[in-house]
Structure formats: C-alpha cells, structure tokens
Design a protein around this ligand. Structure first.
Ligand SMILES: [Zn+2]
Length: 106
C-alpha cells in the first residue's frame, strides 16, 4: 500500500526490538522495514517512505486519472495488450508502473 511521501527521524520512526541483538527501524505509517542493527544507535537517523506500491494502488491511480491501457501504451511506445499483460495482478508491478502512482501520491 502507498501513502504520502514522508520523512521520519529515527525518533519518530518505530523501533522494534526483535531480540538481544536485533533492532528494526520501521515506518510508523505502513510498517515497512528501513533498517536493522544490533544497536539502535546504528540505525539510520532519517528514513523516507511512501509505502510499498501494490496492485490496488495502481488500480486506484488508473481509476482516478481516467487513464486507459491505450493511453499508457502511447507513453511507453507499446500496445494496450502488452500494457495489460505487464500489469497483471499475479506479476510484480513494472518500474514504470510504480513511478506513476508515486507521482500521484506526492
Ligand atoms: Zn511507510
């Protein structure tokens, strides 16, 4: 799931202690992992997060923008069938498909 692009300091982020020797730094909004260390002092001071793009974000973006596969095919120099095949829910979203909802959520 995507969320607005956010910057967090280590103090704002969520630090989870897994065991004696492992701490994880997570986004407080989506829980995405942004680092691990044996000591919280070694975790990154600053993280940037906008979640993990998923097919539902891609779908919501397409719907709100009213973009068809034909429109995207023109941008990519491809065909609508090819765009449809590349964005099937059982496949990982291609990088170009990830970049579009990213701009939308900024
Ligand atoms: Zn996040």
């Amino acid at each position: 799931m995507l969320h607005r692009f956010r910057e967090y300091t280590k103090n704002e982020a969520f630090v989870e202690r897994i065991n004696e020797a492992l701490f994880l730094l997570k986004c407080p909004e989506c829980g995405k992992e942004h680092g691990s260390a044996s000591d919280p002092d070694f975790l990154p001071e600053l993280i940037w997060c906008w979640g993990t793009p998923a097919h539902e974000d891609w779908k919501a973006y397409k719907k709100e923008r009213g973009l068809t596969n034909e429109d995207r095919a023109k941008i990519l120099g491809s065909t609508a069938d090819s765009v449809k095949s590349m964005t099937q829910p059982d496949k990982e979203l291609p990088k170009w498909a990830v970049s579009m909802p990213y701009e939308w959520k900024r």
